[in-house]
Design a protein around this ligand. Structure first.
Ligand SMILES: [Zn+2]
Length: 462
């Protein structure tokens, strides 16, 4: 038995979080760990109740949503549950950026936590929420990570992005104090952070050394960073540990990545899906049958837009846009917010794990990464994902870059099995999907990583 883990989870953390800081995180976690076993009808009732609270508040106190209700000719009472949400329009990223003032509540809740997205995809989005929402976010994350066997007080290695470098800014006393608090908090929790920004052989060897020394009970990583680490471990025969559960997040775990992560760390690989705006939305359970959506705290719709206006839910197996309603953020609500990601809903029905929460079969990447062909027709950037998933034996990684003049560079990291036949399949793919666009195939030893520590699969230079 791990005494520190027991001490931390049962004494230290509750004393700090519930006693000293008077935070309800653990109460919320206990609630979510109970509701996760309730039947779907109960979960839908819980969700509908939270949704009514949000919509009534937004109608009364948030000018932007008041006007949306009025334009649609409906009142909050017209929406009885998530299925009725389609009566309200979708809020896109651009519009979300331009309506920060109007989407801020004038009463009933105050923005206490200020954040913004990194802006790698364009202008950053500024948003905020109340502290109560933060406690629900933390509880949702703790529950989701718990499904992967990651619990409070366990030794966890975070192979994670450190964010863009600080540049020449000199640290202030406040920023140093904050840095110290974060480091102390992580040490108490036994969370050890390693920056995944640079992933050369030397850095990867250092991570392997840290794993041997720290003996983490769970590895939490950016999906692509975890996959790179796993490939390094497998290629050099470095595995000298048993199964270490791996929680992948922040970027997409490609179908070709999972087998190698399993080879390096064992079969306990768990994908998670979240975003900066709402944190964890869905997480994989021990049955590995998709990602369960946290429906007590969010409504996550996957929708297909109708060209004539309006939208409908995507069918199981069909790609659609992710549309989020955050049930705990009253201060600056996100109601039907399309964050730019695409996902595929799984078949309905209770999971073999016993949870009834609806599942996502997969998260496909960003809808905003849209290419254009020679005549300006928009082409889903994921066309190459699908083809390359079938060419995994010959292609390790790839990146599609569309330059300002519309020409495309397809960067490919080949395996020793890459041959002329694979090259001709790639050529057929771009001739079919990108007619009129000059495409250059670039065989490279590795794909560069963006300043955020993420590897973008589709890049459109603007
Ligand atoms: Zn499950």
């Amino acid at each position: 038995m791990d005494l520190y883990r027991e001490l931390f989870a049962r004494v230290l953390f509750p004393a700090w979080e519930s006693g000293l800081r008077r935070r309800p995180t653990l109460r919320h976690l206990a609630y979510l760990e109970k509701t996760q076993w309730q039947p779907l009808s109960d979960l839908e009732a819980i969700q509908a109740c939270a949704l009514q609270r949000l919509l009534r508040h937004a109608y009364a106190n948030v000018p932007y949503y008041r006007s949306r209700f009025e334009a649609a000719g409906i009142r909050p009472e017209s929406i009885h549950g998530a299925a009725d949400l389609a009566k309200l329009p979708i809020l896109g990223r651009e519009e979300a950026r331009d309506t920060v003032q109007e989407r801020t509540a004038t009463a009933g809740a105050t923005v206490e936590v200020h954040k913004n997205t990194s802006g790698t995809m364009g202008r950053p989005l500024v948003f905020g929420y109340e502290r109560e929402s933060e406690y629900w976010r933390q509880a949702t994350r703790l529950r989701g990570y718990g499904w992967a066997g990651c619990h409070l007080g366990q030794r966890a290695l975070y192979y994670w992005g450190a964010g863009p470098p600080a540049g020449n800014r000199r640290p202030t006393l406040a920023s140093r104090l904050k840095g110290f608090k974060i480091r102390a908090d992580r040490a108490l929790r036994r969370e050890y952070y390693v920056d995944c920004g640079h992933r050369g052989a030397e850095e990867l060897n250092t991570v392997v050394e840290i794993i041997r020394r720290k003996k983490p009970e769970v590895l939490v990583c950016y999906s692509q960073a975890g996959a790179d680490l796993a490939r390094h471990v497998v290629e050099h025969g470095l595995k000298d540990w048993g199964t270490i559960p791996v929680i992948c997040g922040a970027e997409r775990l490609l179908p070709t990545d999972r087998p190698v992560v399993e080879l390096a760390f064992g079969p306990a690989v768990f994908e998670t899906y979240g975003s900066r705006e709402v944190m964890l939305m869905a997480a994989e359970c021990p049955a590995h049958a998709g990602l369960h959506v946290s429906m007590e705290t969010l409504v996550v719709e996957v929708v297909v837009r109708d060209p004539a206006g309006g939208d409908r839910p995507a069918r199981p197996g069909e790609v659609g846009e992710v549309v989020i309603t955050d049930l705990t953020n009253l201060a600056m609500p996100f109601i039907r917010y399309a964050n730019g990601d695409l996902a595929v809903p799984a078949e309905p029905g209770t999971c073999p794990c016993g949870r009834a929460h609806p599942r996502l079969a997969s998260v496909e990447g960003r809808a905003t990464e849209t290419l254009v062909d020679g005549s300006g027709v928009r082409v889903n950037g994921l066309v190459f994902n699908v083809v390359i998933a079938h060419l995994a034996h010959g292609i390790r990684q790839f990146q599609v870059v569309q330059h300002r003049d519309r020409s495309v560079t397809l960067r490919v990291v080949p395996t020793p099995s890459f041959d002329g036949q694979i090259e001709s399949v790639l050529r057929q793919t771009w001739e079919r999907y990108l007619p009129g666009v000059p495409v250059k195939l670039d065989l490279v030893p590795e794909i560069p990583i963006a300043a955020t520590g993420k590897r973008q699969v589709v890049v459109v230079e603007r």
